[in-house]
Design a protein around this ligand. Structure first.
Ligand SMILES: [Ca+2]
Length: 178
């Protein structure tokens, strides 16, 4: 047997437990792509009211364009407690959510809450809270960690004031619960 073969044989036998460990990890770890797909684009969006031409769907059209005039931002009218909701069709484990703010009037998003769950009570706005958006820079995208919260519905709601709720893109990175 060649020297190299002997060395390899020795390495493999002495490190058998290591290779078993590697194989088990490769087999058992969830495939990373489960978390890397934006599932929002497969959902259905709705909102408390529709500002003329600014449909709820524009927040999940796949474009982060933050200039309102480009027709890729959703907006409600100046509602009291305005909300936007995404229906994923079935319960998902939600890891993180990216929200892209509008370029103009960026402070309108301040204080908005992200809520996730399976209930439609109060239009889904009573579901458990993932995060409160303090502020997002004009036209920027911020990420909010939801750490595997379960839910079919993702709501963004502004409580306690009249506001135009404007969302230029909402991306949801989640795994389907089978
Ligand atoms: Ca958009």
């Amino acid at each position: 047997m060649l020297k190299q073969q002997l060395a390899l044989k020795s390495f493999l036998s002495h490190n058998a437990s290591f290779w078993v460990f590697v194989c088990l990890q490769l087999t058992w770890l969830p495939h990373p792509s489960h978390h890397k797909e934006n599932v929002a684009v497969y959902g259905k969006a709705s909102q408390s009211t529709v500002y003329p031409g600014a449909f709820a769907y524009y927040a999940i059209d796949g474009y982060r364009e933050g200039r309102f005039s480009q027709g890729s931002c959703s907006a409600t009218n100046n509602d009291f407690n305005p909300w936007w909701r995404l229906d994923l069709g079935r319960t998902h484990k939600v890891f993180n959510i990216n929200i892209t703010n509008r370029v103009e009037y960026p402070t309108r998003i301040d204080g908005a809450e992200i809520r996730i769950g399976d209930s439609l009570d109060n239009n889904g706005n009573n579901n458990p809270r993932c995060a409160v958006i303090s502020t997002i820079a004009p036209g920027f995208t911020d990420t909010f960690q939801c750490n595997g919260m379960d839910g079919r519905y993702i709501n963004v709601v502004i409580s306690g004031r009249n506001e135009f709720l404007t969302l230029c893109e909402v991306e949801v990175y989640a795994s389907r619960l089978d």
